[in-house]
Write a protein that binds this ligand. Sequence first.
Ligand SMILES: CC(C)(COP(=O)(O)OP(=O)(O)OC[C@H]1O[C@@H](n2cnc3c(N)ncnc32)[C@H](O)[C@@H]1OP(=O)(O)O)[C@@H](O)C(=O)NCCC(=O)NCCS
Length: 214
Amino acid sequence: MRLRPVIVYGAGGHAKVVIDILEVAGQHTILGLIDDDPYKIGTFFCGYKVLGDMRTLQDWQADPPAIILAIGDNHIRSRLAGRLTRFPFTTAVHPTATVARKVSVGEGTVMMAHAVINPGAVIGNHVIVNTGAIVDHDCIIGDFVHLSPGVKLGGHVTIGSKAHVGIGATVINDVSIGAGSIIGAGAAVVEDVPDGVLAIGVPAGVIKRVEPIP
Ligand SMILES: CC(C)(COP(=O)(O)OP(=O)(O)OC[C@H]1O[C@@H](n2cnc3c(N)ncnc32)[C@H](O)[C@@H]1OP(=O)(O)O)[C@@H](O)C(=O)NCCC(=O)NCCS
């Protein structure tokens, strides 16, 4: 099988996990990394060279390689995707992730070890389904969402773009979480959460608005 060349954007903790997924999935060859921290350029991370920053990609002359945005912050991933429109984005799915057949997965999305996606789910672009997160049937997950490790979503849950659901949070069936909202670690969401707010606790309650509001 011909391996597909990919560049990983990001050289931090989240990228470490994405690189491991790409290596164990065995479908890509990693050409190198990109990071906007000038001190990282030219260094090695997980055995791969940090080739440069955003400008390095924008000046790229050869055939554009696939890119994967390996940055945990939803808003930064969104901004970067908007600036890299001439590059194809690839997905990274850990071999232990269980993805049902009738599932739609957008470009640039990452599914970590032991994630489970059940039938009818629609997963947007550049989503992070972190380690052990469960997305039950018919959920709709917007672009640039992050479902943290151990999150559990019941059936027919809708998550708006760029929302972040914290570690171990649970969302009961048929509930929707608004764009850009943050759900605190360990929360139990039992009713709809509007756009652009922080909700915490069991049951989850809104405690404040968050910036930037999408
Ligand atoms: C909810 C959260 C976003 C709040 O962050 P913050 O705005 O910086 O809030 P603070 O840490 O200043 O805490 C404010 C108060 O909320 C409480 N609090 C914080 N997180 C809480 C949570 N998840 N559930 C209940 N209470 C929480 C704090 O104890 C503190 O209480 P106090 O005012 O009585 O002292 C954060 O704590 C959280 O849960 N983040 C999720 C992180 C995550 O899942 N990361 C995944 C990486 S892969």
